[in-house]
Design a protein around this ligand. Structure first.
Ligand SMILES: Cc1ncc(COP(=O)(O)O)c(C=O)c1O
Length: 374
């Protein structure tokens, strides 16, 4: 494969600017609607004047309104999405312009914040939801981080069931935000089945979000990621993304194909023997979620490409000078984009979806990219 030709110039239009969307705490933060009693009273104390608030160790009384979990949740949820696009090099002599959508710019550093917030917003309309239940889901890592973070902001307890391959960084993040983490099996589907049994046997204790089957997962991308891509790159020719639960690519692909059926959608899978975060190894028998089945069955995915870990690591080495700081999923998606541009003549504006930032992947990036230079 010919190596990419050029790196973007500072000050050129290669980095597509975005309007920053900052956290906005509502001015009138006094209403405490529908929150659990635990969240309302957590950390609150009364001072000599009878004022209620959060007391610091130095005796400083903080405003009563700030512990409102509803407002924290809404403020943090408003920071999800509108992620930037970064232009990275395309293979030399191609007629493609490769743009990477950096989902690592979401609050917990991954694309999963979008589906997480959508599922949590929908939960409030579910009659079986009650604030005393613990939120439960199986995750390979990033969804668990999102749930720990947004669940904390909502004021509810969270339990994440992950596989034994969960990285120490992701586990620490979940625990830092108060989630309890349990390891079950080697694949997310094993954890998913385990969660289902827990929720069935003790429905009064658990609220199982079930990201692998919850339609809010792809819908989050029909509502946000797809429209963002089309408004930023109106003449987008193709989009490339990995399939974990399949929610991201099914949602983005459905939206884009409905807008223009000529837009191509390419799915990235892990090659046999390869484990890449957020990227199913269907060839090795990974669970085909309903979203993956729909993507292929409804012809939303035009083609799927398999990428090996060695190819992903190669991309990471080449693209650090371009400032690319994603996990190996990001590198795999770019490797697939280069394959498509070079061997299938893909041209025009191509958007690759980077699922996460490098921060929660530093151990594996350091070990695989820096220290194994073979
Ligand atoms: C880094 C990363 N990228 C992409 C994905 C794929 O997202 P989806 O589950 O929507 O297919 C995931 C899912 O875990 C992920 O962790």
């Amino acid at each position: 494969m010919a190596l990419p030709s050029c790196l973007p110039m500072a000050g050129s239009d290669d980095v597509v600017p975005q309007c920053p969307v900052g956290p906005m705490l509502p001015r009138d933060a006094t209403a405490l609607r529908g929150e659990p009693a635990a969240a309302r009273s957590e950390g609150l104390a009364a001072d000599d004047a009878g004022r209620q608030g959060l007391k610091t160790n130095d005796g400083l009384m903080l405003e009563r309104a700030i512990p409102s979990s509803e407002h924290y949740f809404e403020a943090l949820a408003s920071m999800v999405g509108n992620t930037p696009l970064l232009r990275v090099p395309s293979p030399a002599d191609s007629r493609a312009r490769l743009l990477v959508k950096l989902e690592g710019h979401n609050p917990t550093g991954s694309v999963k914040d979008r589906a997480c917030v959508a599922m949590l917003k929908a939960l409030r309309k579910d009659p079986s939801w009650d604030w005393s239940k613990t939120l439960l889901d199986a995750s390979s890592g990033n969804m668990g981080c999102s749930l720990a973070y947004f669940g904390k902001a909502m004021g509810v307890n969270v339990r994440i069931v992950s596989s034994r391959k969960l990285t120490a960084e992701k586990r620490r993040f979940m625990e830092y935000f108060g989630a309890s983490v349990e390891s079950v099996g080697d694949f997310t589907i094993e954890g998913n089945q385990y969660c289902r049994k827990m929720a069935e046997s003790e429905p009064e204790n658990w609220y199982f979000l079930d990201q692998l089957h919850n339609s809010e997962n792809p819908m989050a991308h029909v509502r946000s990621t797809g429209p963002e891509i089309l408004s930023e790159v109106p003449d987008v020719a193709a989009v490339i993304g990995s399939i974990g639960s399949g929610g991201t690519l099914l949602g983005v692909g459905s939206y884009l194909k409905q807008a223009n059926e000529k837009i191509k959608v390419f799915a990235v899978e892990a090659a046999s023997g390869t484990r890449l975060p957020g990227t199913a190894a269907l060839v090795d028998g990974d669970y085909r979620t309903p979203f993956i089945e729909q993507g292929f069955g409804r012809n939303i995915f035009d083609l799927s490409i398999q990428v090996s870990e060695a190819e992903a690591v190669g991309v990471a080495r080449l693209l650090t000078p371009a400032g690319l700081f994603g996990g190996l999923q990001t590198c795999a998606v770019i490797a697939a984009a280069w394959q498509l541009i070079e061997s299938r003549g893909l041209s025009g504006n191509v958007v690759a979806i980077s699922g996460d930032t490098g921060w929660k992947n530093m151990d594996s990036l350091t070990q695989k990219v820096l220290h194994c230079q073979d």
